[in-house]
Design a protein around this ligand. Sequence first.
Ligand SMILES: [Zn+2]
Length: 64
Amino acid sequence: MEETKELGNQKAVEYDLSIVYDYRTHPDKISGRCDHCNHALFDSSVKKYEYIRKCRNCGMMKSI
Ligand SMILES: [Zn+2]
């Protein structure tokens, strides 16, 4: 589940849209905006007592 890429390369962070990120380990770079595409509209749902926020543009998910 965890990405263990080597540090030190200059590539931009790529997000895996098939997994749900945890807000505690991946806080918003800009509050209320998608880290992946910078979109500000989200769909939200509750799964297993966790609030899941899904970007309406790219589909990146984060549990808050
Ligand atoms: Zn997005």
